[in-house]
Design a protein around this ligand. Structure first.
Ligand code: OGA
Ligand code: MN
Length: 384
């Protein structure tokens, strides 16, 4: 019988991890799915499940679409198969197909929690339609359906409300997310986190144990400033617009010299002494969850309140130029930069920046491993 054959291949994959056999198993399970009504319901489900497992093993998400479609065809009255197809599209950044699938789902099941939150998520990120994104995300979360209590939905609902200047509603969402354990706290909303790490918005150099390094930045601040101003004024295109969609108004550019533990050589060539200083400090130069970059913003700039993606790093800013009238709030405390001085904070806490001064404001941003991230974690955590 076909199923027994397919199952044998599946067992062989389990024991040998052979990619070739996995491919054969997938083919065999697809054959079963193609038989449609000739196959009993439990067998059809089992074949689909095992087929998907093997496709995941091979990383073939595209092919998985066909399995989800076969499930939808066989079980047209169960929205979960449509939601799984939606997620497969989203993993592949096929936003339009995801959106279309959801629109069809919502016609049949207007109260399906998963479909509602995913639709809101797409409206927020892809269509930038904040008002409707809020409606759908709220409605979906309110169903309490399985899968809707996910940090990403709370994160984007809160963010959309902040940008609509509905800040007290945003605060409620952030508090609810923290109560449900989706965030570390209502102010600290990293999506990738290690919960045992000490979380505090502002840090002193002593608390980080990296005092010597901060001192070396402060001692060398003039050289760093000269290099950065030269790079900025000689060829302004070396600075690029910030790409994370955090800018509310004004102009904000960055010049990155380390990214996820890798030196960006062509940029380092333009600021060599700064790069040497960084290279000599492993918690920064080998920080796969951080960056080093110069950040410049024009007067009148406002950066929306936001949280960094991970609590595994600390972020420091060395004040360089044009600092008067510029402010940074982290959680509930606002500070100002000073020339040649370092500010240290945990950027997984909500932070916000205004520049009301009259000169371009320039700082050097230096990330480093949170001091409590263990040596083996520093080598093995996936980069961000
Ligand atoms: C940050 C940030 C804004 C700035 O460093 O995480 O948001 O001042 N900075 O460049
Ligand atoms: Mn930030």
């Amino acid at each position: 019988m076909k199923y027994e054959l397919a199952n044998k291949l599946d067992e062989e994959v389990e024991s040998t991890r052979s990619l070739k056999v996995a491919r054969k198993a997938i083919r065999a399970f697809l054959d079963i799915l193609e038989m449609g009504d000739e196959v009993t319901t439990p067998l059809f489900k089992l074949a689909a499940e095992k087929c998907l497992k093997n496709l995941r093993f091979l990383g073939e998400i595209h092919e998985a679409e066909n399995v989800h479609k076969a499930l939808i065809k066989r079980f047209p009255h169960d929205p979960q198969h449509r939601n799984q197809l939606t997620v497969a599209y989203l993993i592949q950044n096929k936003w339009n197909q995801a959106k279309r699938t959801l629109e069809e789902t919502l016609i049949q099941w207007p109260n399906d929690g998963l479909a509602l939150v995913h639709y809101g998520f797409i409206l927020k990120i892809e269509s930038k339609d904040l008002i409707n994104a809020v409606e759908y995300l709220q409605a979906g979360i309110q169903t309490g359906d399985e899968g809707t209590a996910d940090g990403r939905f709370y994160f984007h609902l809160g963010d959309a409300l902040v940008r609509l200047e509905r800040s007290s509603e945003a605060e409620e969402v952030h508090k609810a997310g923290a109560r449900k354990g989706l965030f570390l706290s209502s102010y600290q909303r990293a999506v990738h986190y290690i919960s045992r790490l000490t979380g505090r918005p502002w840090w002193t150099a002593e608390q980080t144990t990296y005092e010597d390094f901060y001192r070396s930045l402060e001692v060398n601040w003039r050289v760093i400033k000269e290099e950065a101003l030269n790079a900025l004024f000689k060829s302004e295109q070396s600075f690029q617009n910030e790409r994370e969609n955090l800018l509310h108004k004004g102009e904000w550019k960055e010049f990155e010299i380390f990214s996820r533990g890798n030196k960006i050589q062509r940029n380092c060539d333009r600021v060599p002494r700064t790069c040497d200083l960084i290279s000599s400090f492993a918690p920064t130069s080998e920080c796969q969850r951080g960056q080093v970059k110069f950040s410049v913003m024009t007067p009148g700039t406002h950066i929306w309140p936001h949280c960094g993606p991970s609590n595994c790093r600390l972020r420091s800013h060395l004040g360089l130029y044009g600092l008067d009238g510029a402010y940074i709030r982290v959680a509930n405390e606002t500070r100002q930069w000073q020339e040649g001085k370092v500010l240290i904070f945990d950027d997984s806490f909500e932070h916000e920046v205004w520049h009301n001064g009259s000169l371009p404001r320039l700082v050097l941003i230096v990330d480093m491993w949170h001091p409590e991230v263990r040596a083996h974690e520093r080598k093995t955590l996936p980069e961000i």
